[in-house]
Design a protein around this ligand. Structure first.
Ligand code: AVJ
Length: 335
């Protein structure tokens, strides 16, 4: 296991084994029928930058709505979490919403941002450490869907809280989401909590428009997956021979993003050859939109109780405060 030094000076445990998981997952996903690539691979440096641009798009309501909720309700959130929390952020990215929360929390004992995109993680962790000089910032570059270890904290934490904003939970199927929240329940331990951003089910036009922006940034974000395969895995995908498609699947209450082959073609990834029919698709992302009562069922299955749900005025998005059920037998305890 490689150990890297981050710009903020703390030890970073490196669990992003370079190349091979991406390579293995891409080859496996493109051998399936229908083809798929896990959405976590969007976030190389270029993809993370494109995602930041998506957040600014007029059509992409999620980020603005979540910001509005954070600004309006952060005092209530801080009260719910209580003093002396250890805060762990899943998929911190640019950590843009986090300062709002950090500034409101009483005597935070530490902040651990976790992200799969190394450069992005260090730059934003560094900025945060500068902005809050008293705060212990310990970034971890990891894929949070795989088990990873937290650094030991010498401080006296009252409560460990995972902050999981942005509706990233929507990228997982409901079954996967329950598994991930179980992992979180175990990580935060008894008395621990989860503060999570969850996108809300809404009329199809609003949600489809958010994933089909006029400026084409979402299309570029989607196609960057193929560009990344070309860059990192010696691929020869012609980006002009694929197109972005995003639509709402009402039966599953999810946005699906696909890349569609415009023609019959064979693409290479190193020595491997991948054949496409005209119109054949690669599924690149699910983004589930939850009615709050349905999300609550998943939270309960994972061993959490929903204590608070905050929404913006248009009820587009929710931030929810979940506490771990005390002594829940469904959560195996190793803490
Ligand atoms: C970062 C996973 C929340 O699903 O809306 C944005 C990613 N995909 N536009 C989402 C995304 C297309 C985003 N999440």
């Amino acid at each position: 296991m490689a150990i890297h030094r981050s710009p903020v000076g703390s030890i970073v445990l490196n669990r992003c084994t370079p190349k091979s998981p991406f390579h293995a997952d891409v080859l496996a996903g493109l051998s399936m029928s229908p083809k798929e690539i896990p959405s976590k691979y969007f976030y190389d440096e270029r993809g993370s930058a494109l995602f930041d641009r998506i957040c600014e798009l007029p059509e992409y309501y999620l980020t603005r709505a979540e910001f509005a909720i954070m600004h309006r309700c952060v005092a209530e959130m801080a009260e719910a979490l209580g003093p002396q929390c250890l805060l762990i952020e899943y998929g911190s990215g640019s950590s843009v919403k986090t300062p709002i929360l950090i500034a409101a929390l009483e005597r935070l004992t530490g902040y651990i941002p976790i992200d799969i995109s190394r450069e992005h993680l260090y730059v934003s962790a560094n900025a945060l450490a500068r902005r809050f000089p008293e705060l212990d910032v310990a970034p971890i570059c990891a894929d949070f869907t795989e088990p990873f270890e937290l650094p030991r904290s010498g401080r006296n934490n009252q409560r460990t809280v995972v902050y999981f904003p942005g509706s990233t939970i929507g990228n997982f199927t409901p079954e996967e989401a329950v598994e991930l929240m179980k992992q979180i329940a175990q990580q935060v331990g008894p008395g621990g909590a989860l503060l999570i951003g969850v996108d809300v089910r809404k009329p199809i036009e609003v949600v489809e428009t958010a994933y089909n922006d006029r400026a084409g940034v979402t299309a570029a974000f989607n196609l960057n997956l193929l560009a990344r395969i070309n860059r990192e895995l010696d691929g020869n995908f012609n980006l002009g021979a694929f197109e972005h498609r995003a639509f709402f699947n009402g039966d599953h209450s999810r946005i699906e993003m696909h890349l569609i082959s415009k023609k019959k073609q064979v693409c290479r990834i190193g020595p491997a050859a991948i054949a496409f029919e005209e119109g054949e698709n690669i599924r690149t992302e699910y983004s589930y939109k939850y009615r709050p009562d349905l999300f609550e069922k998943l939270a309960n299955q994972a061993g959490f109780v929903v204590q608070k749900v905050w929404m913006d005025e248009k009820r587009l998005f929710s931030v929810q405060y979940l506490e771990r059920v005390a002594g829940d037998s469904r959560v195996t305890s190793d803490e």
